[in-house]
Write a protein that binds this ligand. Structure first.
Ligand SMILES: O=P(O)(O)O[C@H]1O[C@H](CO)[C@@H](O)[C@H]1O
Ligand SMILES: O=c1cc[nH]c(=O)[nH]1
Length: 232
């Protein structure tokens, strides 16, 4: 047992899917996995291990934001030996041609978090996806005939910005979409020399102001999950 995860050693697979929402973790386990065992309920941050096509895989809620994500990822890596961390999250589009329900593979994550400027004494660090998982995800998507887009994203510390239009600066520099965890995930994975990839489904657009419902966000991101599960 670690501070925030009550699993015994060996109860968590080498590959873990990481939704922010613990209820999405339960939905993924119930919908896609066999022989499911719930290994965590500390703080309601549900975690499950099961099998997918005969391979063991786990799914763990991370909560929202970089600090919460860093807690779960650090414990998964250092206490449970997890090697592949695959975030499956929702994101807001910053670009006209990134539409609701599109899937985005995050190649790199800019951030307005102090995480790395603190860590690197004021210098910038560029958190990037693991090439191995990224390349594999592209191949899986091709095989499954699922269209994916790929590029840089923003991991923001705030969901509600004071100035709505502040997103336009990131958009001008090619950032595809915004979420709140990936820069932390990629940084902690790099520190411990393990693999990480964020696969995101666009839940709303800052450009067109369209939105999906909370239920859709929890349950309808099937294609993204199908790619992630094949990464085990
Ligand atoms: O859908 P999840 O994985 O929670 O991700 C996004 O949704 C939350 C905000 O509603 C933030 O965690 C953001 O990153
Ligand atoms: O606009 C959005 C949508 C999902 N997640 C975010 O952080 N922002």
């Amino acid at each position: 047992m670690s501070v925030h995860i009550e699993a015994k050693k060996g109860e968590i697979a080498e590959t873990v899917l990481l939704p922010g929402d613990p209820m999405r973790a339960k939905w993924i386990a119930d919908t896609f996995l066999k022989d499911i065992k719930q290994y965590n309920d500390v703080r309601g941050m549900l975690g499950f291990t099961g099998t997918y096509n005969g391979k063991e895989i786990s799914v763990q809620g991370t909560g929202m934001g970089i600090p919460s994500t860093l807690i779960y990822c650090t414990e998964l890596i250092t206490e449970y030996g997890v090697k592949n961390l695959v975030r499956v999250g929702s994101a807001g589009s910053y670009q006209k041609d990134i539409k609701i329900r599109d899937i985005v593979l995050a190649m790199a994550a800019s951030t307005n978090s102090g995480l790395n400027t603190i860590r690197f004494n004021g210098a910038d660090y560029a958190p990037t996806a693991s090439f191995k998982l990224f390349q594999k995800a592209i191949e899986i998507a091709k095989e499954k005939k699922i269209t994916v887009k790929a590029g840089g994203i923003l991991s923001s510390d705030e969901f509600y910005a004071d100035e709505f239009d502040s997103y336009k600066k990131w958009a001008e520099y090619g950032v595809l979409c915004v979420e709140m965890e990936t820069a932390g995930l990629y940084t902690v994975a790099a520190k411990h020399n393990v693999n990480a990839l964020s696969i995101l489904t666009i839940s709303d657009s800052l450009v067109t102001k369209e939105r999906t419902t909370a239920e859709e966000r929890e349950q309808t991101f099937k294609e993204m999950i199908e790619i992630a599960l094949e990464l085990a």
